[in-house]
Design a protein. Structure first.
Length: 339
């Protein structure tokens, strides 16, 4: 039993890994074309931006909240940066593009954090409102025109063609894999070893208890949403680099996939639980389904339904686990009383 518990993992990461293996085997049997280097290169590339967004959602969910504003913040920050660079005929370098976009995303995150922490409003309502404001400002004042690869800053265009590994006829691993992996490791380290990470878990577990033990809840929540806004902007720039274009209509609408991936990865919608490893596995599973349903003969129109079913399954498992945890102490007390 101890060995099975360790393999399962604290957030059912082992179970999710087993599900991914079963899905890969099933798709390989249904379509021999699936099991190829090109498929896995494509899976890695398509998972980069969702993984960045999922890390932000993971942080918010661990703290006991839900964020749906991240795609709007992401495209606002990225589009504003490259649009300004294009209009000014100025290339701030790739580092500069990331820095400007991250600063813009952090400011929107600061707005979310201040409103949520100071006024103790529901996170879903606040971030939904922020999403609408961001979209309105972007399309009304920044621009709604599609920016093609030819009009992107040169540094962004060059980054779009940077490949770590290129296999002729099979695909390639994009260079953006390196910074995304580094960001993932940093978030893992922060949650596991930093006082800030432990504070996020404490707030999600019991916010009043966190206050009583001396955690500065308001400051922690504000910093958390600033970080999530910065992560969203980072993901927005990566999306522009990978797509080699900037489209103000893109990214928004991906909230369901990202939240489903994080929930499947073991993060609790009630707060206080979640892991980076589980989130990575959740993103991989959702991308496997989104990218390869067509290969096994299922129309692509069923993608949203499949992700919705996965989300319901993930939430149901969490609810059953919570009910079992509540019943266990009662049963133990009854056994002690009978003894």
């Amino acid at each position: 039993m101890g060995m099975l518990r360790r393999l399962r993992g604290p957030n059912n990461e082992g179970v999710l890994a087993a599900v991914i293996i079963v899905v890969v085997i099933a798709m390989s049997i249904a379509s021999p074309v699936f099991f190829s280097p090109g498929t896995f290169f494509g899976l890695a590339r398509s998972s980069l931006v969702p993984l960045i967004f999922a890390l932000g959602v993971l942080l918010v969910m661990i703290s006991g909240g839900i964020d749906v504003s991240f795609p709007a913040i992401a495209i606002f920050a990225a589009y504003t940066t490259v649009s300004w660079s294009s209009q000014a005929s100025f290339d701030p370098t790739l580092v500069g593009v990331f820095a400007i976009a991250i600063a813009i995303g952090a400011l929107w995150g600061l707005l979310n954090g201040v409103v949520i922490a100071r006024f103790r409003l529901p996170t879903l309502i606040v971030t939904l409102g922020t999403q609408g404001i961001v979209r309105g400002i972007l399309l009304t004042y920044i621009g709604s025109a599609y920016i093609s690869a030819a009009k992107l800053p040169d540094s962004v265009s060059v980054a779009g063609d940077a490949h770590l590994l290129d296999v002729p006829g099979a695909g390639y691993l994009h260079g953006m894999l390196v910074p995304v992996v580094m960001m993932t490791v940093l978030v893992w380290w922060m949650l596991k070893y930093s006082a800030f990470g432990r504070s996020i878990f404490a707030i999600g577990g019991d916010i009043e208890a966190a206050r009583r033990v001396g955690i500065k809840v308001v400051r922690t929540q504000v910093l958390l949403y600033v970080l999530v806004g910065a992560l969203a902007a980072f993901g927005g720039v990566v999306a522009v680099i990978l797509g080699k274009n900037a489209n103000p209509q893109s990214l928004v609408g991906t909230e369901l996939d990202i939240i489903a991936a994080v929930v499947l990865g073991g993060a609790s919608i009630f707060g206080g639980r979640g892991s980076v490893l589980g989130t990575v596995l959740g993103v991989v599973l959702v991308q496997l389904i989104n990218n390869n349903l067509v290969l096994i003969g299922i129309p692509s129109t069923w993608q949203r339904a499949a992700v919705g079913v996965l989300l319901i399954i993930g939430v149901s498992i969490q609810a059953l686990t919570a009910m079992r945890a509540r019943k266990t102490p009662v049963l133990l007390e009854e056994e002690v009383a009978r003894a």
